[in-house]
Design a protein around this ligand. Structure first.
Ligand code: FMN
Length: 204
């Protein structure tokens, strides 16, 4: 197959992205941070509502998050507690952390526009908000990879989402993800992926 240079570069970054959980203390430049946030904001979103918010935590605020995650880890059964403590270590070691929340703007917009059964509308547009933000997060992760930055999508913090949102100052929002960003302390090991052919049905 003959691919253009830009296609090869894009596909390379998609494949090269790894979840990295431990970071060096090398800082991330403001320019690089703006680049990944701009890429996130370019994602497709239902009704083009861009119903996401990004909070960039550094310094004292980032440390507060790591302390909070550690403090609350003990309240959960072992498997969750282990993952929360791992997440706290990642947050601690990364120079910067991006927290992603959904704003609810799409839920309000869609519920008014469609005038369908309210619980159905809530379910529908909440799902659309999650899907839109997931696209934004993936853009952020791949853009970071293209700049030589390492990331990990931490979903486990959903377990303490109200505290996380409070720390971000997002009272209305819905938790989506916490993403430490930095330079990898050691290269990530590529986990084995099920071949895409196993996931595809060709229906003619
Ligand atoms: C929705 C979502 C939630 C995740 N939550 C966590 C998490 O809480 N902690 C963690 O270490 N990794 C988390 N990950 C990263 C996955 O473990 C990782 O993507 C997977 O093992 C495949 O590795 P790769 O990203 O290097 O391809 C999450 C990934 C996704 C998409």
């Amino acid at each position: 197959m003959c691919l253009s240079h830009s296609a090869r570069v894009t596909l390379h970054h998609i494949e090269a992205r790894r979840s990295i959980r431990s970071f060096t203390d090398r800082p991330v430049s403001q320019e690089d941070l703006l680049t990944v946030l701009r890429a996130a904001n370019q994602a497709p979103s239902a009704h083009n509502q861009q119903s996401w918010r990004f909070s960039v935590l550094r310094g004292k605020r980032k440390q507060e998050l790591a302390t909070l995650v550690n403090a609350r880890a003990g309240e959960f059964p072992r498997a969750a507690a282990v993952l929360l403590r791992m997440a706290a270590r990642s947050i601690n070691s990364a120079p910067v952390v991006v927290v992603v929340a959904n704003t609810g703007a799409l839920i309000d917009h869609g519920t008014k526009l469609f005038q369908i059964d309210k619980p159905l509308a809530q379910d529908f547009f909440k799902t659309m908000e999650i899907q839109s933000s997931a696209a934004a997060i993936q853009n952020l992760l791949v853009a970071a990879t293209s700049l030589g930055l390492a990331t990990v999508w931490l979903g486990i913090l959903f377990l303490i989402k109200d505290d996380v949102l409070r720390l971000m100052g997002e009272r209305e929002g819905e938790f989506m993800a916490v993403i430490p960003v930095g330079y990898e302390a050691k290269p990530g090991i590529a986990p084995k992926k099920i071949d895409f052919e196993m996931m595809v049905s060709w229906l003619d």
